[in-house]
Ligand binder design. Structure first.
Ligand code: C5P
Length: 231
C-alpha cells in the first residue's frame, strides 16, 4: 500500500474551522482523516460529508458500544455519510460486532473495525474492570472474536501488531493509533511505538494526531511521518 494511504490524520479539534485549516494545510498529500466524537459532536456530520465530497477517506471513530439494534443504525448512518471505516468496541461482544458487520453490507466501501483494548489501558486497568488477562492476551482474544464476527480489522496498539498479524492473517486491516514519530510516550499512551515500527510489524494503517495537527508546520510533520514509513 502506498504510504499516502497508510497514514490517517486524527482531526481531534473542537471547531470545524480548525479542522478545515489543517486539511487545507495538508492539501493533496493527505487523503485519510479520522473524525472522532469530539469533532463529530462539535461540527456535525456535514463536515464528514464535506471531507468525503473533497475526495478524502474518512475513518469515523464512533467506538460503538450499544445494543445491537442501535449499533446497526449508527453503522448505517456512517455508511450513508460515505465514510470508509467505522469502529465498534469488541468488548461489547459478538452480538454488536455481527450487527455492525451486517449493517455495513449495504455499503461496499465501509469497513468495520473492532476496537480491542484502547491504547491508554494497562494490565492494571484491565484488572480493575475484572479482566484477568494481560493487555496482549486480551487484545488477541478480542481480535479472534472480531474476526469470527466478520469484522474487517482491528484497532490495536503498535505493540500488539506483530502478534495480531499472525492471528488475523494477511488480509485483515490492523489500524494503529498511539504512535508518535519518535516513540516518545505522552502520558496517555501506555503502549506506544513509532509509525515505522508499527508498519514494519504489519499494521495496515497508522493514526497520527497531535504530532501532525499541533506541529508548527503540519505539512512538514506529515511528510516526515510518511517518509519514515518507507522501510
Ligand atoms: O495521540 P494522538 O494525538 O496521535 O492521537 C490520535 C488518535 O489516536 C486519537 O484520536 C485517539 O483516538 C487515538 N489514541 C489512542 N490511544 C492513545 C492515544 C490516542 O487510541 N493512547
Amino acid at each position: 500500500m502506498h504510504p499516502n494511504h497508510q497514514v490517517i490524520v486524527a482531526l481531534d479539534c473542537d471547531r470545524r474551522e480548525t479542522a478545515e485549516e489543517i486539511v487545507d494545510r495538508l492539501g493533496d498529500a493527505c487523503r485519510f482523516y479520522k473524525v472522532g466524537l469530539e469533532l463529530l459532536t462539535a461540527a456535525g456530520p456535514a463536515f464528514v460529508e464535506h471531507l468525503v465530497a473533497q475526495g478524502k477517506e474518512v475513518f469515523l471513530d464512533l467506538k460503538l458500544f450499544e445494543i445491537p439494534n442501535s449499533v446497526a443504525g449508527a453503522v448505517r448512518a456512517a455508511g450513508t455519510l460515505g465514510v470508509s471505516m467505522v469502529t465498534v468496541h469488541s468488548m461489547g461482544g459478538t452480538g454488536i460486532m455481527t450487527a455492525a458487520v451486517d449493517a455495513a453490507r449495504d455499503f461496499p466501501h465501509l469497513r468495520v473495525l473492532a476496537l480491542t483494548v484502547v491504547t491508554s489501558m494497562t494490565d492494571e486497568d484491565l484488572a480493575d474492570i475484572g479482566v484477568g488477562e494481560s493487555t496482549e492476551e486480551q487484545v488477541l482474544r478480542l481480535a479472534r472474536l472480531a474476526a469470527k464476527a466478520g469484522c474487517h480489522g482491528v484497532i490495536a496498539s503498535p505493540q500488539e501488531v506483530a502478534a495480531l498479524r499472525g492471528v488475523l492473517g494477511s488480509d485483515a486491516l490492523i489500524v494503529t493509533p498511539g504512535v508518535t514519530p519518535h516513540g516518545d510516550s505522552p502520558a496517555e499512551h501506555a503502549r506506544p511505538g513509532t509509525p515505522r515500527a508499527a508498519i514494519a510489524a504489519g499494521a495496515s494503517h497508522v493514526v497520527v494526531g497531535r504530532a501532525v495537527t499541533r506541529a508548527t508546520d503540519p505539512a512538514a510533520a506529515f511528510r516526515r511521518v510518511r517518509a519514515g514509513l518507507v522501510v
